[in-house]
Design a protein around this ligand. Structure first.
Ligand SMILES: C[S@@+](CC[C@H](N)C(=O)[O-])C[C@H]1O[C@@H](n2cnc3c(N)ncnc32)[C@H](O)[C@@H]1O
Length: 256
């Protein structure tokens, strides 16, 4: 695979953006066929509903959730309000969350940490150089000079205590089991300075995501906002803000 430094390529699988077309295209074809052949009301109604759902779900995944596009602005402007400092991104993957922080906070520097192993491959496919893919995206976004790539496990971070002004983690900690999630939260609390911010971003079963993915949305198991809020508090943070974005739950917390 050639890695281009010119264009962002986050590498999330195609079906996350285009999977609903597998339902939409045949449903439209059948609806047209049924119309031409004057099928009865009920199959036509069913097909019409299928077209409406898969069409709306396609628009949502492709243009609103937009997993392979820039994450855009931070979910809360209160994160790292000073605008400057050293930030850790736990589970940086191919850079979507790191780029979101570095573009939103142009005075900040960031360490993009990932294990770059099985979980990386599950999300982004096999790659000879996963770190190279992350670097290429940081370069394409023009933020590589403020970023450092670090290979490591977020359950056992390779950093001294209180070395970061803020920590972010997006769609990563919810991939760990309960014990792993607690370890990662404890590690976030250990490496952030007292008074430092922690922004936790998770895939959420909010109404738009449920409409789009229905029962297929298994992410994080049955752990809901209350579970995460309690675990973040137990780790030593004060939760300042909680909110949702399409398909997303976020918590902004401060190290006590
Ligand atoms: C869905 S990706 C999210 C990537 C990125 N934060 C984003 O917003 O696109 C989850 C990432 O977490 C990483 N990850 C999973 N377990 C990890 C661990 N124990 N330590 C470090 N990274 C881990 C995976 O390698 C993967 O890149």
């Amino acid at each position: 695979m050639t890695i281009s430094a010119n264009t962002l390529d986050f590498g999330y699988p195609w079906w996350l953006s285009y999977g609903h077309l597998i339902v939409l295209v045949p449903a439209v074809a059948l609806l047209l066929l049924g119309y031409a052949r004057k099928w009865s009301k009920w199959p036509m109604l069913l097909l019409g509903l299928l077209v409406l759902w898969s069409g709306a779900a396609f628009v949502l995944t492709r243009f609103v959730f937009n997993f392979n596009g820039r994450a855009g602005s931070l979910p809360t402007q209160s994160f790292l309000r000073s605008g400057a400092g050293r930030v850790l991104d736990m589970g940086a993957g191919t850079g979507r969350s790191s780029i979101m922080v570095l573009e939103s906070r142009p005075q900040a520097t960031l360490v993009a940490l990932d294990l770059f192993s099985k979980s990386f491959e599950q999300h982004f496919g096999h790659s000879e150089s996963p770190q190279g893919r992350l670097l290429a995206n940081l370069k394409a976004a023009g933020v590589e000079q403020r970023a450092t790539i670090q290979t490591g496990d977020m359950r056992e971070l390779p950093f001294e205590p209180a070395t970061f002004d803020a920590v972010v983690s997006a769609y990563a900690i919810d991939h760990l089991n309960r014990e792993g999630s607690k370890q990662a939260l404890a590690e976030a609390a250990r490496v952030v300075k007292p008074g430092g911010d922690f922004l936790l971003i998770l895939i959420a079963k909010e109404p738009w995501a449920q409409f789009t993915f229905g029962p297929l949305l298994m992410h994080g198991g049955p752990r809901g906002p209350a579970w995460w809020t309690t675990r973040v508090q137990e780790a030593g943070f004060q939760v300042l803000e909680e909110g949702t974005r399409p398909a997303t739950l976020y918590l902004l917390a401060r190290r006590l």
